[in-house]
Design a protein around this ligand. Structure first.
Ligand SMILES: CC(C)(COP(=O)(O)OP(=O)(O)OC[C@H]1O[C@@H](n2cnc3c(N)ncnc32)[C@H](O)[C@@H]1OP(=O)(O)O)[C@@H](O)C(=O)NCCC(=O)NCCS
Length: 191
């Protein structure tokens, strides 16, 4: 699959120049998932898990690393730290219908704003398109402005709905990372 970064080991450069390689999360990745969790600020933990988790228990680590084939897809953004592989971030989705997947992303706080989230979402978008998925659903904290800005920067088109104090965001997979982004000035010519 040409657009599946899980099959493309070519690393990409983050904004700080560090090489980042995307690869699928595997069953042995528990220690790296825990280490990534420990690099998150309380805000990032809350925004990712929608609860103030203090630690990842064994059951949750297992759920995050033992993926159901054909249903769960997860990519890790890996960096080499003196010969040791570490996770700068992880993005995942779970297919809930033939057209819809629930998506979640997290990037370690030291890695924010370096392009890692964009790499992960682009990788997941490629996989989703290959699978014929149309929509990414996510449930987000309404105060998570970072995520809203991030989604907008990646080409978000879709719907946002309040439900029980949270925002349900439905993103059109086709709208993400458009090959020919529209020029907003052309869309709104001067009178
Ligand atoms: C949302 C998140 C994944 C973004 O990851 P990231 O690696 O920092 O994002 P990127 O560096 O790829 O940013 C891409 C673009 O998004 C926008 N963006 C990202 N973070 C932003 C911020 N804090 N403020 C404003 N714009 C922001 C920018 O336009 C940015 O491009 P630029 O840096 O060239 O201006 C990250 O903040 C995160 O892990 N948050 C905690 C968990 C979470 O909220 N997950 C989502 C719910 S599951």
């Amino acid at each position: 699959m040409a657009s599946d970064p899980a099959h493309d080991p070519e690393p990409q450069a983050a904004r700080n120049g560090v090489r980042v390689r995307l690869r699928p999360v595997g069953e042995d990745d528990g220690p790296r998932v825990v280490e990534l969790f420990e690099s998150l600020s309380p805000d990032s933990v809350f925004n990712r898990f929608l609860s103030p988790l203090a630690r990842l228990d064994e059951e949750r680590v297992r759920a995050l690393t033992h993926l159901q084939p054909g249903i769960d897809y997860a990519l890790a953004a890996c960096i080499d730290d003196g010969g040791l592989e570490r996770f700068a971030g992880v993005g995942r989705f779970r297919r809930v219908t033939a057209e819809v997947a629930e998506i979640a992303l997290v990037v370690g706080d030291p890695w924010h704003r370096l392009g890692v989230g964009r790499m992960l979402l682009k990788g997941l978008t490629g996989i989703a398109r290959d699978l014929g998925l149309r929509w990414f659903d996510s449930t987000i904290e309404p105060a998570n402005v970072r995520l809203l800005r991030f989604a907008e920067a990646c080409g978000f088109k879709g719907t946002l709905k309040y439900q029980n104090g949270l925002l349900n965001m439905r993103t059109d997979v086709e709208s993400l990372f458009p090959a020919n982004p529209r020029d907003p000035i052309e869309d709104h010519p001067r009178p």
